[in-house]
Design a protein around this ligand. Structure first.
Ligand SMILES: [Fe+2]
Ligand SMILES: [Fe+2]
Length: 413
């Protein structure tokens, strides 16, 4: 004990607020916590400050942490560097352009299918602000074992796009393995169906013209429909709830799950549910024609850029007309998902009965999912608030569908 006190004298500590630590950065100093008169080490220098570490501080209600006085200089540099980076994110198109480029190199995956102790041959990254931070490094020649610490991370987990096929093999080996406990099986199956659907729609977005794509999309929709018709609570496992950013493929799968769920809840026939689902999965396919830099920057756009985004509806129709196996009824989901019953939507400003059932359903699912998705420049609202926002916009959505939708998502937190 005496030694510890002497340490304080030799090496004075200064208090700082835990708020100063920025998730996703490596700590440039050791961090201590004061326990009575003693300082105990909390985080070591060079440690990656993760969301889990931040949550830990919150959980323990730590209001003050300490660094050594000799590190005060590092603190200033650390704060100003990160502050400068942060401020520039939202205003500088060049930053977004670069970000969009990098973002395209990654694919967002589901953390729930990463199991501690399993071997992987692809690296894992986490997104923080506009950077991608390596969490596990692995290749086929030097695989790694999943560390349970990764499972505590909150936020988006990603892989390199070039590792998609390896990830796909991982999911399949996992599905076929015997170590899934029986009670976990429906959940795991739902997660796998979701990941698989994301991959299929990603492929479609990357190359929307080549053949056989609608067939694959239909298979994905069939699997989603199977899960929901078997057990309506599967909706919760099929949705990706927490995203740091917007990925068209994740959004498309969410809109499909919500639309199929809603179709099933209002008693639609299986055949119609599938057509609705295919339309929902491909509702934003026209976004493949929008530069990813504009897509990532939605919300901070000039008029021309808005027009480019809005044009995804017409572009989507055009792309899908070239696939002659895309069902005619499904076009309503593509063409009308931004229409509002009040007539204030786009591209046609249709109102009332001018908007078909598939259009009404996908419009609701689309707005809800967009509200619950976090973006680099705005926080997501909780599913509950999203429901109340959508509910308050009376007049925009079909009131009957809205009632069923709210009931369907009643259990969501
Ligand atoms: Fe859209
Ligand atoms: Fe959408």
């Amino acid at each position: 004990m005496v030694i510890k006190y002497r340490e304080i004298d030799d090496n004075p500590r200064i208090p700082i607020s835990p708020e100063k630590l920025i998730v996703g950065t490596r700590l440039p100093f050791d961090i201590f916590i004061r326990d009575g008169g003693l300082f105990s080490p909390l985080f070591d220098k060079d440690m990656l400050f993760t969301v889990a570490a931040k949550d830990l501080l919150k959980e323990k209600r730590v209001s003050e942490i300490y660094i050594q006085q000799k590190d005060a200089f590092n603190l200033d540099a650390y704060i100003s560097k990160n502050k400068a980076q942060r401020n520039s994110y939202y205003d500088d198109p060049a930053v977004f352009q670069e970000y969009a480029f990098y973002k395209e190199q990654y694919f967002q995956i589901d953390k729930n299918l990463l199991v501690a102790g399993k071997k992987i041959d692809f690296s894992i990254f986490m997104q923080n602000e506009l950077s991608f931070i390596p969490i596990i490094a692995a290749t086929d020649t030097s695989p790694a074992v999943i560390d349970e610490k990764i499972l505590d991370l909150t936020g988006d987990v990603l892989i390199k796009r070039s590792d998609i096929l390896r990830y796909y093999a991982y999911i399949n080996s996992f599905l076929n393995s015997k170590d899934i406990p029986e009670n976990e099986e429906p959940k795991i199956k739902a997660f796998a169906v979701r990941e698989n659907s994301k991959l299929i729609i990603k492929e479609f977005l990357d190359d929307p013209r080549s053949g056989q794509k609608v067939k694959k999309a239909t298979t994905a929709v069939n699997k989603i429909t199977d899960r929901i018709l078997e057990n309506k609570d599967a909706i919760y496992d099929l949705l990706s709830l927490r995203n740091y950013d917007y990925y068209t493929y994740t959004h498309s799968v969410n809109v499909t799950v919500l639309s199929v769920g809603l179709g099933a809840a209002i008693g639609m026939k299986r055949n119609d549910i599938e057509k609705l689902g295919v339309g929902a999965l491909l509702h934003d396919i026209g976004k493949s024609a929008v530069p990813s830099e504009i897509l990532s920057r939605q919300g901070k756009l000039n008029n021309i850029e808005y027009k480019v985004i809005k044009n995804h509806v017409i572009e989507g129709e055009k792309l899908l007309r070239a696939h002659n196996d895309f069902p005619e009824e499904s076009f309503a989901a593509v063409l009308q998902h931004h229409e509002k019953l009040t007539g204030k939507g786009y591209p046609f400003g249709l109102s009332g009965s001018g908007i078909k059932l598939f259009g009404r359903i996908t419009a609701l699912a689309d707005s809800y999912d967009s509200l619950t998705t976090q973006r680099p420049y705005k926080l997501a609202v909780s599913p509950f608030s999203a429901l109340s926002i959508v509910a308050k916009e009376t007049g925009n959505y079909d009131p009957e569908l809205l009632g069923v939708f709210i009931k369907m998502l009643g259990k969501i937190k």
